[in-house]
Design a protein around this ligand. Structure first.
Ligand SMILES: NC(=O)c1ccc[n+]([C@@H]2O[C@H](COP(=O)([O-])OP(=O)(O)OC[C@H]3O[C@@H](n4cnc5c(N)ncnc54)[C@H](OP(=O)(O)O)[C@@H]3O)[C@@H](O)[C@H]2O)c1
Length: 318
C-alpha cells in the first residue's frame, strides 16, 4: 500500500467548485482507532454549510481540510488496544463529529467506539448514506421527544435524509405519522409508511391534520413557528437546523402555547449504530439513495445537495 492517497481537499471556504483532488499522506491509526479504506462517504447539509465556512463544524476545522463525516469502508489496520474490529471488517459510522471527519479520501482513521459492523445485506453505499441522518432521527424522536406508541408525530422534510429515517423509526415505534414534502415526493412518503402525506406547496399542515404530540422539524424559521400551532398542550417541537437554534420568536410562542421546543446537535455513537444496523438488517428501516458520485465529482455532489430537494441521500463513492 502506498503512503499516499487521493483526497478531495478543501483549501479555503467557498463555493462547491473550491475542492481540489490531491495526493496526501495516508493517516496512521492512534490508540483506539482503525485505518479504514473508504468505500462510500455520505453527504449531509452540514457538509456544504461547513464548506461555506458556516456553523459549528466550520469553527472546528483548520484549512486545508478534508470534509465529510459519514463513512462506510473496510478496516485495513488497527491502532493499539483496538478490540471491537478486525482487519477486513466492513464498518460504518459518523466519525468525530463536529470535529473533522476526513471522509472524502481513500483512507481515513476512525474511533472504534463510533463505528459498527455493516450488515451483510446492506451495500457500502447504503451504509455510507446512513449514519448522521439515522442517528439524528433516532436522537430527535427517542432522546429529545421521548415518543411512545400511539403518539401522533409530524415530520417536516420527510423525504430528506433525516426525515425519511424519522418517518420509518416513528412507524416502527407504533406512532401515527404525517410528513411534509412537495408533490413529486408524495408517493415516496407513502412508500415509507406515512399515515398522511402533506404537500407543503398546496396544503397548510396546521389545518390538514389534527394536533400532534411531536413535530420533527428539518426546516426551521417560519415552519418552526407555524408548527407550534399544531402541537397539543405539552407537545414537543424538535428543531434541527442549527442556524435557527434558540430562535427567540419560537421560544416566546412556545411559552405562550404551553409547548416545549428543543434544539439538538447529533453525536457519534457506535452502540446506537449497532441498533440501527439491526433495524437495517431486518429490513425494518431502509435508506433511500438519491444519487451517487465518484470522489472526483465532489463539486457536483455538493451542488445537488445544496438544491435542498434531494430524495433521501447523496453519496460519494471512493
Ligand atoms: N441539529 C442536528 O444535529 C442536525 C442533524 C442533521 C440535520 N440537521 C439539519 O436538518 C435539516 C434537514 O437535514 P436533511 O439531511 O434531512 O436535509 P435534506 O436531505 O437536504 O432535505 C431535503 C428534503 O427537504 C425537503 N424540503 C425542502 N423544503 C421543504 C419545506 N419547506 N417543507 C417540507 N420539506 C421540504 C425536500 O423535499 P421536496 O424536494 O419535496 O421539496 C427534500 O426531500 C438541515 O438543515 C440540516 O442541516 C441538523
Amino acid at each position: 500500500m502506498s503512503n499516499f492517497m487521493e483526497a478531495a481537499v478543501l483549501p479555503a471556504f467557498g463555493a462547491a467548485t473550491v475542492f481540489r483532488i490531491e495526493k496526501v499522506p495516508v493517516p496512521l491509526p492512534a490508540a483506539g482507532q482503525v485505518l479504514v479504506k473508504v468505500r462510500a462517504a455520505g453527504l449531509n447539509p452540514v457538509d456544504y454549510k461547513t464548506r461555506m465556512g458556516k456553523g459549528v463544524a466550520a469553527a472546528n476545522i483548520t484549512l486545508p481540510a478534508i470534509l465529510g463525516w459519514d463513512i462506510a469502508g473496510e478496516v485495513v489496520s488497527l491502532g493499539d488496544g483496538v478490540s471491537k474490529f478486525e482487519r477486513g471488517d466492513r464498518i460504518f459510522g459518523l466519525s468525530n463529529f463536529p470535529q473533522p471527519g476526513n471522509a472524502y479520501a481513500q483512507y481515513t482513521v476512525v474511533d472504534e467506539n463510533e463505528f459498527a459492523i455493516i450488515p451483510k445485506n446492506i451495500t457500502n453505499i447504503e451504509a455510507g448514506a446512513t449514519p448522521l441522518a439515522a442517528l439524528t432521527a433516532w436522537e430527535a424522536l427517542f432522546d429529545q421527544a421521548g415518543i411512545v406508541a400511539g403518539q401522533r408525530v409530524l415530520v417536516h422534510a420527510a423525504s430528506g435524509g433525516v426525515g425519511h429515517f424519522a418517518v420509518q423509526l416513528a412507524k416502527c415505534k407504533g406512532c401515527f405519522v404525517a410528513g411534509t414534502a412537495s408533490a413529486r415526493n408524495q408517493e415516496f412518503l407513502r412508500s415509507l409508511g406515512v399515515d398522511v402525506a402533506i404537500d407543503y406547496h398546496t396544503q397548510a399542515f396546521e389545518s390538514t391534520i389534527e394536533p400532534v404530540d411531536v413535530v420533527i422539524d428539518g426546516i426551521g424559521g417560519e415552519t418552526a413557528l407555524r408548527s407550534l400551532d399544531i402541537l397539543k398542550p405539552g407537545g414537543i417541537l424538535v428543531s434541527l437546523p442549527s442556524m435557527y437554534k434558540d430562535d427567540p420568536a419560537v421560544i416566546a410562542k412556545a411559552r405562550e402555547k404551553d409547548v416545549k421546543v428543543k434544539w439538538m446537535s447529533v453525536r457519534p455513537d457506535g452502540d446506537r449504530m449497532e441498533k440501527i444496523a439491526t433495524l437495517l438488517s431486518a429490513g425494518q428501516i431502509k435508506v433511500k439513495i438519491d444519487s451517487t458520485f465518484p470522489l472526483k465529482e465532489v463539486t457536483k455532489a455538493h451542488q445537488l445537495l445544496e438544491s435542498n430537494h434531494v430524495t433521501g441521500k447523496v453519496v460519494l463513492t471512493v
